[in-house]
Design a protein around this ligand. Structure first.
Ligand code: ADP
Length: 282
């Protein structure tokens, strides 16, 4: 649904993308990770057509990114956005319904009420933006991105202003969107969020992809802990395909094997290993 290959982009003073490949399928949540300045926002903006890449290709549902067909399929939540303070939540959504011009099942008012309920703002339809907390504005931003039920959601830091309850709501909203077949690209600093939600992650650093794949594959480590009637024994650095032989040797020796626990690293360990504490060096 989202496909990009070899994307490059330079600004006057900096190179933001140095050949980035990314794919997001229908019904998939992909987490886009990386330190500040890695190129995440630039990539997201190229995909939704706000920034033109210097090289490479990007498409949304087969249409070139930035074309009106591609734009019509995308819902976008920018990292920094500001709705007019005087507008109510309902009015913000009306504006975006007009901009999206996508026919909605059940009519526009039904859609607005459904979206406000989804993001937990049912009671705030007539509240003005200026009277909303940051968290409420971010929920409204997510509702805005989902106007017209887009096939692709590109979300830049959708949970940065939210408390734990708000993050939980966003996770639920996004997993429902995924279940409906939406392709979701989620740009966030919150690794925990990604671990709970994403099917795959793409880690970028200095404009390059440094790791990509399913979280379980990326964090699979070498080694195993085996628990037998004689207690737990750590077997570090054991490749996965030698584990069955290790277990059958123990059984042949008369051990009772209760548990075989593979060692894994966390997403945070992987991130620090590949990217390090980049910000400290800026
Ligand atoms: P991230 O979202 O990962 O923090 P960005 O895509 O915002 O990264 O930035 C990547 C690089 O491009 C950084 O060096 C940043 O300073 C630069 N950059 C981003 N947007 C602009 C812009 N509009 N003008 C000039 N440089 C920019």
């Amino acid at each position: 649904m989202v496909h990009a290959a070899g994307l490059t982009k330079s600004y006057k003073r900096s190179v933001a993308l140095r050949g980035v490949d990314i794919d997001v399928s229908a019904g998939e949540v992909v987490g886009l990770l990386g330190p500040n300045g890695a190129g995440k926002s630039t990539l997201t903006k190229v995909l939704c057509g706000l920034v033109r890449a210097d090289g490479g290709s990007a498409s949304i549902a087969g249409a070139p990114a930035g074309s009106s067909l591609a734009r019509s399929k995308v819902g976008y939540l920018a990292e920094l956005f500001r709705f007019p303070g005087w507008a109510t939540a309902q009015e913000v959504l009306v504006t975006h319904q007009r901009l999206a011009r996508r026919p909605t099942a059940g009519g526009d008012a039904d859609e607005r009420n459904r979206l406000l309920a989804e993001v937990g703002l049912s009671q705030a339809g007539s509240t003005r933006v200026e009277a909303m907390s940051k968290g409420m504005q971010q929920r409204l931003g997510l509702a805005q991105a989902m106007v017209g039920d887009p096939e692709v959601l590109l979300l830049d830091e959708p949970t940065s202003a939210l408390d734990p309850a708000g993050r939980h709501t966003v996770r639920e909203v996004l997993s429902r969107a995924r279940d409906r077949g939406t392709a979701v690209l989620l740009n966030t600093h919150l690794l925990g969020e990604v671990e709970q939600l994403a099917d795959r992650v793409v880690l970028i650093d200095a404009g390059r992809v440094v790791a990509a794949g399913a979280i379980s594959d990326l964090t699979a480590g070498h080694g195993v802990t085996i628990e037998t009637d004689q207690g737990r024994v750590e077997h570090p650095h054991v490749p996965r395909d030698t584990i069955p032989a290790l277990v059958s040797d123990l059984v042949a020796d008369g051990r009772q094997v209760y548990a075989v626990i593979p060692h894994r690293s966390t997403l945070e360990e992987l991130y620090l290993e590949l990217v390090g504490d980049r910000e400290a060096h800026r």
